[in-house]
Design a protein around this ligand. Structure first.
Ligand code: GTP
Ligand code: MG
Length: 597
């Protein structure tokens, strides 16, 4: 039984290929906004970090109507660290729009999301986006997409996907390049035609899968859920099969559907509906809302394992508690427990004491976003260098492997290959598009990627584009050399002076500005040599040297290299930590006192 008035789709793609922009256009053209209503760009990227970074971090649901058909759309993040969001989104839908940038073509995350969609047996509509780009190479990209499907052992049926050509920014979709369409109509038509109508028997046993959580100040915790079978009426008593298998009986008293950016009150939920359920205490992702009498839970959501781990501890620096509101181990524990409820792709373990936790995730960016979010909420904490999670397989020690794609001007080919060689990377493919840029593919241990991005960007003067994808496990590859430099470490507390910085700046790069308060053991710069160097960065100029005022003007400071959170995390060594507070990001040695190091 299928409900022909509902289509559920997820939009999936590599990062920046235009998913959220396409959703904007779909929202605009579905007529849910008043003609004069101003819509901000990428309206679904609604949280602060998403707007600042211009990326989607959390999957979001929205709904539009096209000729009487309700189309629920789940916009997903394209960055590989947030792959867990994609896996979950795919549980709610009956098909996908697979977007590919008309110039960049399929990239690692295109492959990842397509693997997931094929595994879930979801039909795809291919959308070649950004056809307006002057460097678009549409036909080639279409061929590359077919190659990718074939490479992933797609069936005949799966290979028979429709292709649309879009300019998401202008809100135009075309069935063929000659098509003179000036709007998204061909896309809406294709969705209604090619994405299967939502299946499920309205008279069957109630089965609603909670696939996401959201939070509203007004409504509290919201479960975002998809009805697979049965009919839910407002006020019905239902059972919730919890993750531990137990049954919680409750009444559903508040139910909403998605219309554009709004949640609309609903009194019934039918198969195919994607709903928000409010007012249910403790409801979690992966749980099934079902009949209280004859419960029939849906399979649990399986998602990929984490590949990296970072130690999170309370702040023990001399400046602890100065800037943050939440500083105790209890604060930290509760916050991490709260994160586990919505962020299903991370894991947290206690690490030997109540003050330290091993936080596991899919990548540095995912964990950096968590830390950044916590800073903004008023937390102080310290984090250690990211480490990869190894595993034992039949007695063999294995480590995670990534497929890495680097796109750079051919002039930097040599340095890039050399750099990857040092990190145990094996080149698997090299394509020269003839445009002066080359695309290189490597298999490289995940370990080898830590800190790589900043080095490659420096080596290629900011011109390289780098993307990677978890690609299974390989035997442990032995030592990989880390950063070839040491740290400049403050040897006493005080305020950094321009004079001291001026004296030190020839030794390496300085991370702080004059006037910054430092403590003993704080890392204030990078030593050009391989060893750490204790330095006095608070040294005042002797008064006897102050004869001429012109001498002061001679102090020319190189502008400091202020590290952001991700750079700081990439920079630190095993014996160093990053201290984060709402106002500051400091680097420090684990052991602060110079004579104890
Ligand atoms: N020229 C051109 N630019 C586009 C088009 N569609 C999107 N863009 C631009 O591409 C950039 C990325 O767009 P987003 O919509 O944020 O991409 P996304 O796929 O949602 O990115 P993530 O969610 O972070 O994976 C933005 O600067 C858009 O304005 C298009 O059709 N043509
Ligand atoms: Mg997006």
């Amino acid at each position: 039984m299928r409900n022909d008035s509902i289509r559920n789709i997820a939009i999936i793609a590599h990062v920046d290929h235009g998913k959220t922009t396409l959703v904007d256009a779909m929202l605009r053209q579905s007529g849910i906004f008043r003609a004069n209503e101003e819509l901000v760009e990428r309206v679904l990227d609604s949280n602060d970090l998403e707007r600042e970074r211009g990326i989607t971090i959390l999957a979001k649901t929205t709904g539009v109507r096209y000729h009487g058909v309700k189309i629920n759309i789940v916009d997903t993040p394209g960055h590989s660290d947030f792959g867990g969001e994609v896996e979950r989104a795919l549980k709610m839908v009956d098909g996908v729009l697979l977007l590919v940038d008309a110039s960049e073509g399929p990239l690692p995350q295109t492959r990842y999301v397509l693997v997931k969609a094929l595994e879930a047996k979801l039909p795809a509509i291919a959308v070649i986006n950004k056809i307006d780009r002057p460097d678009a190479r549409i036909q080639e990209v279409v061929n590359e997409l077919y190659d990718l499907f074939i490479d992933l052992d797609a069936t005949e049926d799966q290979l028979d996907f429709p292709i649309l050509y879009t300019n998401a920014r202008a809100g135009i979709a075309k069935d063929s390049l000659e098509d003179s369409s000036g709007n998204l109509r061909p896309l809406f038509e294709a969705i209604v035609k090619h994405i299967p109508a939502a299946p499920g028997d309205p008279a069957g046993t109630l089965q609603i899968l909670v696939a996401n959580l959201d939070y509203s100040d007004y409504l509290g915790r919201l479960a975002i859920a998809r009805v697979f079978s049965g009919t839910l009426r407002l006020g019905d008593e239902v059972g919730i099969v919890k993750l531990d298998g137990s049954l919680q009986k409750t009444k559903i008293t508040r139910l909403y559907s998605f219309e554009g950016l709004k949640r609309v009150d609903e009194t019934v939920g039918k198969p195919g509906d994607i709903l928000a359920i409010a007012g249910v205490e403790g409801i979690n992702i992966g749980e099934t809302v079902t009949s209280a009498e004859t419960p029939n839970p849906l399979p649990r959501i399986q998602i990929d394992e984490p590949t990296i781990v970072m130690m999170f501890t309370i702040n023990t620096s001399p400046f602890a508690g100065r800037e943050g509101q939440y500083v105790t181990s209890r604060n930290l524990r509760e916050r991490l427990e709260r994160e586990l409820l919505t962020n299903v792709s991370i894991r947290v373990e206690e690490a030997g004491s109540t003050e330290a936790f091993r936080v596991m995730g899919r990548g540095e960016l995912q964990l950096a976003i968590l830390i950044e979010t916590m800073r903004r909420e008023g937390y102080e904490l310290m984090v250690g260098k990211p480490e990869i999670l190894t595993r034992a397989n039949n007695g063999e020690l294995q480590e995670p492997l990534e497929m890495l794609v680097i796109d750079c001007p051919d002039l930097f080919l040599g340095v890039v290959i050399e750099k990857l060689g040092g990190r145990k990377g094996k080149m698997t493919k090299m394509v020269n598009h003839g445009s002066g840029r080359v695309r290189l593919e490597f298999d490289v241990p995940t370990r080898g990627l830590i800190g790589l991005r900043s080095e490659i960007l420096t080596d290629t003067r900011g011109t390289a584009i780098m993307n990677s994808l978890f690609h299974g496990y390989i035997a442990w590859q032995g030592d990989i050399p880390t950063r070839p430099t040491g740290s400049l470490v403050a040897d006493r507390a005080g305020k950094a002076t321009a004079y001291a910085i001026w004296n030190l700046q020839e030794r390496g790069e300085i991370f702080i500005t004059p006037g910054t308060e430092v403590y003993e053991g704080m890392v204030v710069g990078e030593n050009a040599r391989a060893v750490d160097l204790d330095v006095n960065i608070v040294k005042e100029k002797k008064l006897t040297n102050m004869r001429a005022s012109t001498a002061d003007e001679a102090i020319r400071l190189v502008s400091p290299h202020i590290l952001n959170l991700e750079q700081a995390i990439e920079f630190i060594r095993d014996n160093e930590l990053v201290e984060t507070t709402p106002q500051s990001i400091r680097l420090r040695k684990k052991v602060l006192q110079a004579n104890k190091r």
